[in-house]
Structures are given as structure tokens and as C-alpha cells.
Design a protein. Structure first.
Length: 428
């Protein structure tokens, strides 16, 4: 659906954002293969994590879903059941890639697919290491879904795998498969990616000559533990940028996750001159959380965003580009080729919408660069069916002079169903 987006120069409010998407997926998967009952509070009720819940139900797991509290009746490592139909990951890459690690270790065949966007996304990155572990996984010739899993002829065995690209999804798929493998599976990371899986599994990464090694011992049954899901920093990022670029804003976003592998965007925005402070910092369920206070600021683009920081800010690059569009100087992103393999080609999508703002953009294979000059007073944005593109440029629309339009705005339901209402609740 198309959505009209009115400009707003005064933003005030004290809000919370829904639960972390990455942690919500993992809590459901880990609860399903634990022994005992897992209580998840703060669960993200949005299309993506609901896809994980539905897949787990098909695998025979009983799940009682309340508003934001859900109960998983864990089946232990070896009692998932053969589903009666193909598993549907919807739009969710996290569901497909992480669940593949679990499916590879089952003694029954399964098939998993997804929507028109997900079936185009690369799956070779998980299929290859899973095959190295002995899994019988089949994909389309292009290395895409549907994926078919057959019982591994001689069971899964441990591998030591150096990640060729920084990816928490690939790392997690291997660690989850490692739970079903014989021996100790090791994942070696040269660039850190989000570490929720290892934290939630209680694993201790070891630093070894500039790389991080995460080891998981196969066959170990785990007892259920409760999970308290913090507010999603990636969702908070949209409101933080909205407040920074508004003429007159002061907002508080409460209880957001401050895991260091996720909040590189706060450093980027602070370096740009953003007035951002963190209050009430505390640790809940092993994750640092806090309240973020943001005031309107005059932003200045700094040097190129490239190298090691990219994995940390990968989901926030679209909204950082929006901050860059309302700042002085050159904004540049490099080394972010994987952005082309997200829910849509996010490099192309960001460049398209920046151009719709009247900005001349240089597009590279692995990024983009621009220096904002004169911004249009209103425009038509395209979400390309991608939730983060819709939300990022929904924020840009607030900072224009007249009403704009977002095409296909409903895709925010993937990660943040009340996004538009919450954004409008800040407008004064
Ligand atoms: C995620 C990892 C990232 C991120 C995605 C969620 C996760 O993907 O972009 O939104 O929960 O592990 P990659 O592992 O492909 O970088």
C-alpha cells in the first residue's frame, strides 16, 4: 500500500521499540531444541520471527504465543518431528539460514522455502559449510532456495570453518549444526559479527592471534533458560536519526539492546555531531541495555565508512545514509557489497531513494557516495518491499517541506508492525 508521509519539524516523546529481531529468532530456535520450558519475554511479534515460530511448530514443537511473552515446550536435541509440508521462512533470511543448521542434523527429510524475495537470496554461504560437515543439502543450481535436507549418510561431523564473509547468519548456522555433529565444531571470525548465538548458547569465544574462535561441543543437551529480549537497536536507529535531523526534537528510546556488535551506528552518528546520550545502563539476561536520549543536531559527514565497521552497521546503513543526506559534506560507504544480497539490493535501493531526494549519487559495486546539495521539498519513495528501506526513507520524509509518498509501505510488518503509528506519535 502507498502511504502519505507528512513533514514534521518538532518531535517529542518517550518511546520503546519492539523486541530484537535477531534475538527473538534465536530464542525460539534454542528453546525448541532445549530440554524443558523456555519463557521468552519481549519477543518481537512481527512477520519474520513469526515465520520461525511457525516453522518450529511444523517440526512438532508446542509453542504458546501471547502478546510479547511466548512459551516454548522444548523437545531436546533429538525429538523434532518430520513436518507434513514444506517449511515456509517467508521473507526471513535469518529463519532460513539459522534453521538450516538444525535441519541438516535431523534424521528425516525437510524442505524449506520462502517468499519471492527470499528465494533470490544466496544460500551457498550456508550450503557449502554444512556439506563440509557431511550434510546432504540440495539447493537450486544458482545456490538458492528451496533447500532440501536429507539425513546425513554418516551423520554430521565437526569442522573448523573460517568465515569467508563476516556473517552472523552463517556463523550461527554452523554453530547450530555443530550441536548435532560429532566432535567440536569451530567457527573462526576475522571480522566480528553480532554474537547473540554464542552468548545465548553460553559459549566463550577465544581471541587467537587477531581472530575469534567460537567452539561448540556436539551432542550436548541443554536445559531450557528464560530469554528476556531487549528493544531492537536496529529499530531504534530510525527514531534516533529522525530526532537528529529534525529542526526541534528531543526523544527518549527506552530499554534498547546495547550489545557492542550492534551499536556501531551510535558511534557513527555521535562522530557526525549527533547529541546522543545513554542513560540507565544495565544488564538484562546477559545483554547490556539502556535508554537513549537524542536531540536535534547539526550533522557533518565524516570519512568513508568501510572495513571492519561495516558488519556492525550493516542493517543501519540505509538510515545512516538518510542522516548523511541531511548533513554537510561527503557521505561514503565502501566494502559493503553484501548489502546487495539483503531483503532487496540495498545499495541500489538507497541510491534510488537518495536520487529521489534530488541528490547526485555515485554508485559502486560495494557502496555509494554523495554530497547532499539541494534537497527536494517532496518526493515519491520506493521501499522495494524491504522493511528497512521503507523505514529509513519514511524518516527522510519527515525532514522535507511538503507531503511525500512511500510506495509499498506495509513491508514494515516484517520487523516493526507499529512503525508508522509510533513515528507519528512523536510529531508535535
Ligand atoms: C542477522 C545477521 C545479519 C543481518 C540480519 C540479521 C542475524 O545478516 O543483516 O538482518 O540475526 O544473524 P548476515 O549474517 O547475512 O550479515
Amino acid at each position: 500500500m502507498q502511504r502519505a508521509l507528512r513533514p514534521a519539524s518538532v518531535l517529542r516523546g518517550d518511546i520503546s521499540v519492539p523486541g530484537d529481531k535477531s534475538i527473538s529468532h534465536r530464542a525460539v530456535m534454542l528453546g525448541a531444541i532445549a530440554n524443558g520450558v523456555t519463557e521468552i519475554t519481549g519477543f518481537l511479534q512481527a512477520a519474520d520471527p513469526i515465520s520461525t515460530v511457525n516453522c518450529m511448530r511444523r517440526l512438532g514443537v508446542e509453542i504458546d504465543a501471547g502478546e510479547s511473552r511466548i512459551i516454548i515446550h522444548g523437545k531436546g536435541l533429538h525429538s523434532l518431528m518430520k513436518p507434513d509440508a514444506m517449511l515456509d521462512a517467508g521473507n526471513s533470511g535469518t529463519t532460513m539460514r539459522l534453521l538450516s543448521g538444525i535441519l541438516a542434523g535431523q534424521k528425516f527429510p525437510t524442505m524449506i522455502s520462502g517468499d519471492k524475495y527470499l528465494v533470490k537470496r544466496p544460500m551457498k554461504r550456508i550450503v557449502e559449510p554444512l556439506r563440509q560437515m557431511g550434510a546432504d543439502v540440495r539447493s537450486r543450481a544458482e545456490g538458492t532456495a528451496p533447500l532440501e535436507f536429507y539425513p546425513a549418510p554418516t551423520g554430521l561431523h565437526a569442522i573448523r570453518y573460517e568465515l569467508p564473509i563476516p556473517s552472523a547468519q552463517v556463523k550461527s548456522a554452523i554453530l547450530l549444526a555443530g550441536l548435532f555433529a560429532e566432535g567440536t565444531t569451530q567457527v573462526v571470525e576475522t571480522t566480528p559479527s553480532r554474537d547473540h548465538t554464542e552468548r545465548m548458547l553460553g559459549l566463550t569465544p577465544v581471541q587467537d592471534g587477531g581472530v575469534t574462535v567460537i567452539s561448540v561441543v556436539g551432542g550436548t543437551e541443554r536445559a531450557a533458560v528464560p530469554f528476556a529480549v531487549p528493544g531492537d537497536p536496529s529499530s531504534a536507529a530510525f527514531f534516533i536519526v529522525a530526532a537528529l535531523v529534525a529542526k526541534d526534537a528531543e526523544i527518549v528510546v527506552r530499554s534498547i539492546g546495547l550489545n557492542p556488535t550492534r551499536i556501531g551506528f551510535l558511534d557513527v552518528l555521535t562522530r557526525m555531531g549527533g547529541a546522543i546520550t545513554i542513560d540507565n545502563e544495565r544488564v538484562v539476561g546477559g545483554e547490556r541495555i539502556g535508554d537513549v536520549v537524542v536531540k536535534s543536531s547539526v550533522l557533518k559527514n565524516q570519512g568513508p565508512l568501510s572495513g571492519g565497521i561495516i558488519a556492525n552497521i550493516i542493517d543501519e546503513i540505509p538510515v545512516l545514509a538518510v542522516a548523511g543526506a541531511f548533513a554537510e559534506g561527503v557521505f561514503e560507504v565502501r566494502d559493503a557489497r553484501d548489502l546487495r544480497a539483503k531483503e532487496c539490493d540495498r545499495i541500489a535501493a538507497v541510491c534510488h531513494n537518495l536520487r529521489a531526494l534530488g541528490i547526485t549519487v555515485e554508485e559502486y559495486e560495494d557502496g555509494f557516495a554523495f554530497e547532499p546539495k539541494r534537497i527536494v521539498s517532496s518526493t515519491v519513495f520506493e521501499s522495494f518491499g524491504d522493511h528497512r528501506i521503507a523505514m529509513a526513507f519514511g524518516v527522510a520524509a519527515l525532514a522535507l517541506q511538503e507531503e511525500s509518498v512511500m510506495n509499498d509501505a506495509d513491508c514494515v510488518d516484517i520487523s516493526f508492525p507499529p512503525f508508522w503509528e509510533l513515528l507519528h506519535s512523536l510529531i508535535h
